[in-house]
Design a protein around this ligand. Sequence first.
Ligand SMILES: Cc1cc2nc3c(=O)[nH]c(=O)nc-3n(C[C@H](O)[C@H](O)[C@H](O)COP(=O)(O)OP(=O)(O)OC[C@H]3O[C@@H](n4cnc5c(N)ncnc54)[C@H](O)[C@@H]3O)c2cc1C
Ligand code: FES
Length: 265
Amino acid sequence: MKVETTTVLAHATYGGDYRCLELEAPGIAPEVRPGQFVHIRLPAPADAILRRPFSVFRADGDRLQILYKAVGRGTAAMRHLQPGDGLSILGPLGNGFPAAAADALPVLVAGGYGMAALYLQARTLPRRGIAFFGGAKAGDILCVPEFEALGWEVRATTQDGSRGERGLVTDALDAWLSGGGRDLRPEFFACGPNGMLRAVGGRAEAGGWTAWLSMDRHMGCGVGACLTCVQKIRDPDAPGGWSWVRICREGPVMECRTVVWEGDE
Ligand SMILES: Cc1cc2nc3c(=O)[nH]c(=O)nc-3n(C[C@H](O)[C@H](O)[C@H](O)COP(=O)(O)OP(=O)(O)OC[C@H]3O[C@@H](n4cnc5c(N)ncnc54)[C@H](O)[C@@H]3O)c2cc1C
Ligand code: FES
């Protein structure tokens, strides 16, 4: 893990509400594994104290890219970055996704920036499988040509029906499972809103399959010191049968059986 002052190489609209930020980061980019993230110090003075976490979309040579959507003050300030600007980033951080079991069919499930967070995993897994992407509208479905170019079958779902099937991403997943997918020994890799992750994990547990979930948490330090990002996990050795992990250090990727969801305590 390193802190590096990177240089903005390119910054452009990507699709829907998302933008792609490309950085020259020779100390960090070559070290990135699928599912890891970087912690970025955003440019606005008012937001300069806390960094913000972003999954690495692509890492090629000395360059890395992130896809982001402006949701608050920090990401709104990010929109003004220009090629040549300097940006301090910390990374690569987090555990990242593991390899799939040799006899499993990898199944990716993503919502929002999860499509970017899964791209390096899609590029690295030796066996290509199927990817389920969900969003509220067509503009929320990202990276489909990139995944298809890697040999993945992509099924999109939108809540308003403007792209792919109308419904939730888990509706498409359920239809695939009951149409023969459950016989293909799926192993899930998922990133998106917590409700979606919980639903994917529930299906995996019910079917006896494995699901690796990249958890989204508000973060402070990003390096395990502040405990802003803690998550309850099942821990048979701990008193009460559970303990805490830090999503920035022991995560963000957790196997679904370890996660204790809110309300399940
Ligand atoms: C491991 C990890 C990887 C991420 N990767 C990406 C990515 O690749 N692309 C991307 O666009 N975003 C990603 N995010 C989310 C991103 O970090 C937040 O959108 C960003 O921190 C918001 O900063 P802000 O200053 O603009 O918003 P703030 O002003 O801090 O918050 C604005 C609103 O967003 C909510 N919010 C802030 N952070 C989060 C969060 N982590 N989860 C849910 N809601 C949040 C706040 O509650 C508030 O409602 C990632 C988060 C994590 C934990
Ligand atoms: S963000 Fe500080 S411990 Fe995880």
